[in-house]
Design a protein around this ligand. Sequence first.
Ligand code: GSH
Length: 209
Amino acid sequence: MSGYVITYFPLRGRAEPIRLLLADQGASWTEEEIPIADWFAGKCDIKKEAVFGQLPRFKDGDFVLYQSNCILRYLGCKYCLAGGDNKEKALIDMVNDGVEDLRLKFARAIFYEPENKEKYETDLPNHLSAFERILSQNADGTKYTVGEKISYADYNLLDLLHCHLDPFPACLSSFPLLTAFIDRISSRPKLSEYLKSEARNQRPIIPKK
Ligand SMILES: N[C@@H](CCC(=O)N[C@@H](CS)C(=O)NCC(=O)O)C(=O)O
């Protein structure tokens, strides 16, 4: 038993890339679900304990981390999914920062400012084309975003693409490399098992309003 605990709301949200990484690496973890209503009613002590007053929280035994991208990087280092040398590490970090930038725009348009959803959809190809290009520059798009080995940024990108396909099912139609990336990574045996699991599929991407 690994002793990993993910504390988060009953959502995919910012915990999902962490779950994808752990599932694909064959690691088990425990979920501690915080009801959203309790959190916002001030009933959760964990909000006061949280370093930045937010979730997800990740525990590796006694070691506690917040900030989803930091958790991904930590697990990336632990499972050797963070690049082989300093340049590869930096490139993986760069891709991951690009995923974060688009995740913030996505969350804003879909959750916080739904009136901007149409405009977001119009701009989306410009954002996605950056990731299509990144893939094309590594082994002609047949592998990962960086290098010869899957990285934590790949799990983060995979989740971001899954998130987009829900509200925008056709958004990848002109991006063959991103489409193939999703199919390739999602069909890795352990990940594919997780993606089909009830636990995963009962969690919405973001809260329903
Ligand atoms: N940069 C942080 C953002 C965390 C964040 O926005 N958490 C949200 C849920 S996705 C949250 O805790 N919201 C409740 C609150 O802010 O009180 C991360 O990546 O972990």
